[in-house]
Design a protein around this ligand. Sequence first.
Ligand SMILES: C[C@@H](N)C(=O)N[C@H](C)C(=O)O
Ligand SMILES: [Zn+2]
Length: 221
Amino acid sequence: MKFYSLFLFLFFGNILNAQLPEGFVYAHEIIPDLEVELRYFSTNNFVGKPIEGYHANRLILTKNAAIALKKVQDELEDINLCLKVYDGYRPQTAVNHFIVWARDLNDTIKKSEFYPNVPKRNLFLEEYIATRSGHSKGSTIDLTIIDGNTGKPLDMGSPYDFFGEASWVNYSGITDIQKKNRQLLKSIMAKHGFRNYPKEWWHFTLINEPFPQTFFDFPVK
Ligand SMILES: C[C@@H](N)C(=O)N[C@H](C)C(=O)O
Ligand SMILES: [Zn+2]
């Protein structure tokens, strides 16, 4: 029976993955209980609109990144915590949408929420958003930790995609609990092969990423 289930999983898994480039998976195939809220598929992001290239709330990652992330999730579940992912593979089309949005300096509808202290014209310059993003290589993830019972995110001292010093990993103006939560995320991700981006506590890249030179541009659907 077990063999039969495995056969079905591999067979249908391969059909589902057929639209994805070799080496990519839907993260739920590897981590079925992963919480995913792709912010760029929604209006709850720094642009205030759904971002081009995102057609579904489906997390796509390289298979290597998904397997490593599963180990993080398993370890967190042992202490009644879980991961919540806000972004993973990001098509270049989406990055191009950010670039076009950034040129319109009059559109600051989400400034007070996401970048109150950084001039819009500096968001790329100060490296809060990249014109060629690691996300497009498929092994970079934006995520936080949530409570296993309530589903509430741990307090990280600043919200996801808050661009500014308060989101720098080593920012000193946060409480000890917030520092401890950031360190927990950073250390458990490091243990399973991910390095953190010092300006964003939520942004991690698999150190041995399989496509270090390739920026993909297939849609998220
Ligand atoms: C936009 C933000 N979530 C992010 O991922 N920033 C980094 C620098 C990127 O765009 O790759
Ligand atoms: Zn990121």
